[in-house]
Write a new protein. Sequence first.
Length: 309
Amino acid sequence: MNIIFMGTPDFAVPSLRLIKKNYNIVAVYSQPARPSGRGMKTKLSPVEKTAKEFNLRTITPSTLKQEDVFLQFKNLKPDLVVVVAYGLLLPEKYLLTPKFGCINGHASLLPRWRGAAPIQRAIEAGDNKTGSCIMLMEKGMDTGPILSSKSININPSDTSKTIHDKLSNLTAEMLVKTIKEYIDGKVVPIKQKEDGVKYADKIVKDEAIINWSLPSINIFNKVRAFDPFPSTYTFLSGVKIKIVETKLCKENHQFEPGTIIECNNKIIVACGNKSTLEIKYLQKSGKNIMSVKDFLNGTKISIGEKFGK
């Protein structure tokens, strides 16, 4: 059976590796190399880099809308296409080309969190569960029938990084198992429910600034959801400070949101709804991540000062 694999970021790499061990991959599609980092050096995507390690044919179109790109795809005669975080929408004619269609490994419990940032949005919303779904692809955005799904817990200590790594490996394992069962006719696709649909919009950097008027639980969840990217931040006396890790507090207060109400070996901040939040780790611009204790050793702050814009 000839499989085309389509993926781009780190999340898709375990799926590529495991499918390569079990099936015949005729080509790997990934988004083209782009300038990255401080030096803006052109960098291959993690999937393209991995494909080259396996000496797999790599194809990196910037768009799938051109006819010559489609003809190249069609001439590969794929029996099945596997898509994991590719980043380009497949036109309908691509979906109809393979004998067994196209399947997608998606990092949420569909229909909740269709779209671009399912991991971050699940944590930000305070969900206590997430998971991976393998679905048959159709024209809509993550709307296809489900072939398999599996859930995991989101713990208070989890961040987008830890959930990303768990679901990346889970998706890979599920894909290998589901492909076999699907091809053998042992899986009946289940139509997604109409209720419970939620869209995971792409993360915009401007969202990362902390609004201290929100209840502490909302800020706590956002800090975890935006770790490691794009990282939440605030300002203190005009200096930008990334907030890396926080802890919920039980104390109430009567201060304006953003006010520092304790700064002796720990920093506790007033939030909305009279709630409070302890900052555990933070990062000044150009400095390494540090504990609050280390931060207070080198930075003098006082009760009553305010974090904010």
